[in-house]
Design a protein around this ligand. Structure first.
Ligand SMILES: O=C(O)CCC(=O)C(=O)O
Ligand SMILES: [Fe+2]
Length: 284
C-alpha cells in the first residue's frame, strides 16, 4: 500500500488498500496518513455498502444517521447524500443545497471526528467537493489574531441550519440578538488529540450567527471574516473532481469542506459514514 501526497497543502491518495481483508498493518498506515494529511482519497475502489461500514467502524464507533438525514435502506450506518428520487420519494438529503464551507455536525456537542464519503453516481459536470486544511489556516493567521482567539470559545447557534431553516424541535427566537439564541460553544482553536496540532474550528461560514465569545461583535465579525478570507484564498484547498467509486475520508476536526452545485436534472448519489465523536478540546 502506498500513500501519495496530492498536494503540499492538503490530501493524499491511498493506493493498493485491501478493503476485503482489512490487514491491520494497512489499517494502521491509513490511520497514520489520516492524522498526517487530514484528507485521504481512495480512487476507484468498487466496495460494497457492508465494506464501507466495516471499514468506517475501524476508526471510531459508528455515528447514527441524524435528524432529517436519510439512512441507506439496508445499511443503517450509511447516510445517503443525493438529489435522486425513487417513486417520487427522495432517497437522500443534501440535494443541490448547502454549498458553503462547513465542518459536519458543527451544532452538536460532540461532532464526528471523521467522515467517509463514497461517490456512486455523478452529474455530468459540477458537484466537485473541496477541503481546506485548518491547521494551515491557523498557521497562516497573523500572530496578533492568533493571540486574541487562543483559548476562546466560538458560539454556534443551533436554531437555524446552514441554509436558514429552523431545525426540527427548535423555535424561532424572540430576539434578534443571535448571541442570546440557543447555542453550542466550542474552542475556536481546536487541538486534534490525534496529531497534537492546533486548527481553527469555525463550524460554518456565517459571521452574522457565529460569535467569538466575549469579543465585541464588530471585532468577532472582523476576525471571522479574516479567517474566511484565508479559507477562500484557495491556498490550503484540495479540489476533488469525483470519479465513480472514489472514496474520501476526512478528519472533521482539522478540515472544512464545501461543494459546487450541479445541474438538478443530473443525479448525484453519495454514501457517507461517520467515525467516532468527540468533544472539541483546546490544549495550550
Ligand atoms: O456531497 C458532497 O460532496 C459533500 C457533502 C457534505 O457536505 C458531506 O457529506 O458532509
Ligand atoms: Fe458536510
Amino acid at each position: 500500500m502506498n500513500v501519495i501526497p496530492i498536494q503540499a497543502s492538503c490530501g493524499a491518495d491511498i493506493i493498493g488498500f485491501d478493503f476485503e481483508h482489512l490487514y491491520p498493518d494497512q489499517v494502521d498506515a491509513v490511520r497514520a496518513a489520516w492524522r498526517d494529511y487530514g484528507v485521504l482519497r481512495f480512487r476507484g475502489y468498487d466496495i460494497t455498502t457492508q465494506q464501507h461500514a466495516k471499514f468506517s467502524n475501524l476508526f471510531g464507533h459508528y455515528v447514527p444517521v441524524k435528524g432529517t438525514s436519510i439512512a441507506h435502506h439496508d445499511q443503517k450506518e450509511i447516510t445517503v447524500i443525493s438529489n435522486a428520487k425513487v417513486d417520487g420519494k427522495p432517497v437522500g438529503t443534501l440535494g443541490n443545497v448547502d454549498l458553503e464551507w462547513h465542518t459536519d455536525s458543527w451544532y452538536f456537542d460532540k461532532p464526528p471526528c471523521g467522515q467517509i464519503l463514497r461517490a456512486l453516481e455523478l452529474p455530468r459536470t459540477g458537484g466537485d467537493t473541496y477541503w481546506v486544511n485548518m491547521y494551515a489556516v491557523y498557521d497562516a493567521l497573523p500572530e496578533f489574531t492568533r493571540k486574541i482567539i487562543e483559548g476562546r470559545l466560538i458560539q454556534f447557534n443551533i436554531v437555524y441550519d446552514a441554509v436558514g431553516r429552523v431545525r426540527p424541535g427548535q423555535e424561532k427566537p424572540e430576539t434578534d440578538d443571535f448571541r442570546l439564541w440557543k447555542h453550542v460553544r466550542h474552542p475556536i482553536v481546536r487541538t486534534n488529540p490525534e496529531s497534537g496540532r492546533k486548527a481553527v474550528y469555525i463550524g460554518y461560514f456565517d459571521s452574522t450567527k457565529n460569535w467569538i465569545v466575549g469579543l465585541p461583535l464588530e471585532q468577532s465579525k472582523a476576525i471571522l471574516e479574516e479567517i474566511y478570507s484565508l479559507i477562500d484564498s484557495g491556498k490550503f484547498v484540495f479540489q476533488q473532481k469525483w470519479q465513480p467509486n472514489d472514496i474520501i475520508m476526512w478528519d472533521n476536526r482539522c478540515t472544512m469542506h464545501r461543494r459546487d452545485g450541479w445541474n438538478e436534472t443530473d443525479m448525484r448519489i453519495m454514501h457517507r459514514t461517520g467515525t467516532g465523536t468527540e468533544t472539541p478540546i483546546y490544549v495550550y
